[in-house]
Design a protein around this ligand. Structure first.
Ligand code: T5A
Length: 223
């Protein structure tokens, strides 16, 4: 596993169930960090590259038909492999702070815990596809499944949003199991609070992690 120290930058992933506020919070965090002088790059999965944005509608778009669990896992992973190669790793190597809306843990949560593909197989696939690139910090935006789904308007629901509650509960439980398994990397945030409260807590956690890693804005600019 690569660490922040070895490659210079710092990699933060946002994870959580549907509607937990990841997109809202990632942009707020990016703005706060940029204001403090950090070089920040925000991206999302599936997407963030030309190939990834073409894969996205196959998985989520209105025309997306039924897909097997393995097709899903491989398409999400293909988009990720491209994103790591083209965007995340080069930016980290330049000393930037990369914020990613979902990463490998989403495939473990949704295609592993949710669809039932063997977890160890999924872990190996992720390690190979990303050449072992693991986030330095993963924020779990914790919100009960029903509350998250209720935040998404019916017309905006994608193929996965429309899965059964039982599926989403397995994903939710999977996230908690993963967070408990690697407590040094994961931090949980109560995502049911007001968006301003959630944003301050996230900023506090990220600044603490940056301090621990010895990363300051000035160093980043001269990197
Ligand atoms: N997936 C993804 C896999 O199955 N495997 C994988 O490997 C990967 C990478 C991605 C889908 O693909 C699945 C997971 C997903 O199902 P997406 O459209 O990118 O699709 O979906 P999500 O990442 O789940 O994004 P959502 O838009 O559904 O949720 P967010 O980003 O968590 O939430 P956000 O910020 O858009 O907020 C949702 C609504 O809630 C409001 C917002 O204003 C918005 O209306 N809101 C709040 N309301 C009250 N209080 C707060 N604190 C609020 N924060 C936000």
């Amino acid at each position: 596993m690569e660490t922040a120290g070895k490659r210079g930058g710092f990699f933060v992933s946002f994870e959580g169930p549907e509607g937990s506020g990841k997109s809202t919070q990632i942009h707020r965090l990016a703005a706060s960090l940029a204001e403090q002088g950090h070089a920040v790059w925000t991206t999302r999965e599936p997407g963030g590259t030309r190939a990834g944005e073409m894969i996205r509608p196959i998985l989520l778009g209105p025309q997306a038909g039924p897909l097997s669990a393995w097709s899903e896992a491989l398409l999400f992973t293909a988009a990720r492999a491209q994103l790591v190669d083209e965007v995340i790793r080069p930016r980290l190597q330049r000393g930037e702070l990369v914020l990613c809306d979902r990463y490998s843990d989403s495939t473990l949560a949704y295609q592993g815990y949710g669809r039932g593909i063997e977890l160890e197989t999924m872990r190996r696939l992720q390690a190979d596809a990303t050449a072992g690139l693991t986030p330095d910090l993963t924020l779990l935006l914790d919100l009960p499944v029903e509350a998250g789904l209720a935040r998404i308007p019916r017309q905006a629901k994608d193929r996965l949003d429309r899965e059964t509650i039982a599926f989403h509960q397995r994903v939710y439980a999977g996230y908690h199991e993963m967070a408990a398994r690697e407590p040094h990397r994961w931090r949980q945030v109560d995502a049911s609070r007001d968006a301003d409260v959630v944003a301050s807590r996230i900023l506090e956690l990220v600044l603490e992690a940056l301090r621990t890693a010895g990363i300051r804005p000035a160093e980043r600019r001269s990197a």
